[in-house]
Design a protein around this ligand. Structure first.
Ligand code: NAD
Length: 498
């Protein structure tokens, strides 16, 4: 019998009461391993009420005390690391070292948030007018909500909640219904670390939960990470309801390979960036733009590597690439490979027929590699979100850059070259939020901020780092004069501080 999961509200597990459930699979075996309750509106409202009730006390808690809860949580996270890694692997399918990397990245945001007393220091200007002082502080927004995708069940929620609660907010998280267990365990560990009840809540579900979060007047800020159509909906609906919203969305990251690039380095980088986590990363490289003579050299290096990719279950330490998240997603990605063949691209490595002995029911797809992909093809335009790399050939750097900039998405982009001029031109002119020079997955660390451009992000703020602190706080500027200061009598003009 599959395990029945729960919500986590006001410091305790809550059974689902709606009678609606979603299926959680083990993608490596195809087994249904859990059922996750889908909360009804009233259940979400209970979580929001708990967060709203906890807010005044938590906001008034000294920043140092808030930070100490996160220090303690980090210690617990380290102690339970293997358990969390296993939860990620069994519900998501990614391979062992990749899951460890995800947890490490999550932990780094917690470490960043531990420095919140420093990050929340305000600004003070003495004598902005005669005997008048002025200072600015950042105060928490209130109840914040996070809605997260399946592909990083530990890291993406951790882009949000550590910064939000360190800033003095309370939080309602709706994790992906496909792999919710890691978030539920995090909630328990936060309680064990001393977080007061109601500060961090987890509500599982689907659109009904999201719509309640987007419209409830008690929610002040929404952080969303997921696909572009849903991100656009979350952004417009949240904004129309008066909330601040950051909505990080889909991607089709380009990597330009110049003829002078170190081809071994470029190939290693492409293998990890295109096929790591089975291509289910928003920072995956799904388009390699080979300039001039780089095309033939790159294919010579790449083809045998894709052919010998070690595909297997995530818990097997030898596996380089695990399964896709669900049978439907596998069918969708495989359908895109069919489409690419129909569109006339050259399918040089075909992973569609891969079957793994002992894992016949798993959602595995072998690595797929297309050459001579053209910009008018759907396999070039759409985010496939699977282990499918498209190689496009261009005659020169300018054409490669124009191609990258004309794409609807602008999450990450990279160039591989030994030439400083080319690298500088690229970093200066490329239209993407995260840029790599001989680095294929330029994911900013926790003390920088993460986010894309164009259809890859809706809103004004990137996530975590300094932008995260700004997103989860409101600026307040006070101007003060004491009675002993200079008195000027009533003035009916716009005050100027001379
Ligand atoms: P998704 O958009 O299907 O789901 C994301 C969240 O939205 C989930 O919690 C889901 O339950 C909810 N949701 C789904 N449909 C909804 C609807 N109609 N109304 C309201 N809520 C809805 O995304 P996914 O498949 O879980 O994740 C993959 C996507 O996330 C990819 O497009 C990937 O590029 C993107 N992603 C982006 C980033 C980034 O930083 N830009 C990071 C990770 C993932």
């Amino acid at each position: 019998m599959p395990q029945v999961l729960h919500h986590f509200v006001d410091g305790e597990r809550r059974e689902g009461t709606s009678g609606r459930f979603g299926d959680v699979f083990n993608p490596a075996t195809g087994e249904l391993q859990a059922q996750v309750p889908f909360a009804a509106k009233a259940e979400v409202e209970q979580a929001i009420a708990a967060a709203a009730a906890a807010f005044p006390g938590w906001a008034a808690t000294p920043t140092l005390v808030r930070a100490r809860v996160l220090f303690k949580f980090k210690e617990l996270m380290e102690r339970h690391l293997n358990e969390l890694i296993e939860l990620v692997i069994t519900e998501h399918g990614k391979v062992l070292e990749d899951a460890r990397g995800e947890l490490t990245r999550a932990m780094e945001v917690v470490e960043f948030a531990c420095g919140i007393p420093h990050l929340l220091k305000g600004e003070f200007s003495e004598n902005v007018g005669r005997s008048i002082d002025s200072w600015s502080v950042r105060q928490p927004v209130g109840v914040c909500a996070g809605i997260t995708p399946f592909n990083f069940p530990a890291m993406v929620p951790a882009w949000m909640w550590p910064v939000a609660i360190a800033c003095g907010n309370t939080f309602v998280l709706k994790p992906s219904e496909k792999d919710p267990s890691c978030s539920l365990r995090v909630a328990e560990l936060l309680k064990e670390a001393g977080l007061p009840n109601g500060v961090f809540n987890v509500v599982n579900g689907d659109k009904e939960v999201v719509d309640t979060l987007l419209t409830d007047p008690r929610i002040g800020a929404i952080s969303f990470v997921g696909s572009t159509p849903v991100a656009r909906y979350v952004y417009t609906t949240g904004c129309a309801n008066g909330k601040r919203v950051q909505a990080l969305a889909g991607a089709k990251n380009h990597m330009i390979v110049m003829p002078d690039a170190d081809m071994t380095q470029a190939t290693d980088a492409l293998m990890g960036a295109a096929y790591g986590s089975a291509g289910e990363r928003c920072m995956a490289v799904s388009v390699a733009v080979a300039v001039d003579g780089a095309g033939d050299a790159l294919m010579r290096h790449l083809v045998p590597r894709v052919q010998s990719l070690k595909v297997g279950p995530g818990l097997d330490p030898v596996s380089e690439m695990g399964p896709l998240i669900t049978a439907e997603h596998r069918a969708k990605v495989s359908g895109y490979v069919d489409m690419g063949v129909t569109e006339g691209a050259d399918l040089v490595v075909d992973g569609r027929e891969l079957r793994l002995q002992g894992y016949e029911n798993g959602f595995f797809l072998g690595g797929c590699l297309f050459d001579n992909v053209r910009p008018d093809m759907r396999i070039y335009q759409d985010e496939i979100f699977g282990p499918v790399l498209c190689v496009v050939r261009t005659p020169d750097f300018e054409t490669a850059l124009d191609l990258t900039n004309a794409h609807q998405f602008g999450n990450g982009a990279a160039v591989f070259t030994r030439d400083g001029d080319t690298a500088r031109e690229f970093t200066n002119r490329v239209e993407a939020g995260m840029v790599g020079v001989n680095v294929a997955i330029p994911v900013p660390l926790a003390f920088h901020s993460f986010g894309g451009w164009k259809q890859s992000l809706f809103g004004d703020h990137h996530i975590h780092g300094p932008d995260g602190v700004h997103f989860y706080t409101r600026l307040k500027t006070t101007t003060a004069r004491w009675p002993s200061g200079i008195r000027t009598g009533a003035s009916f003009s716009m005050p100027t501080m001379g």
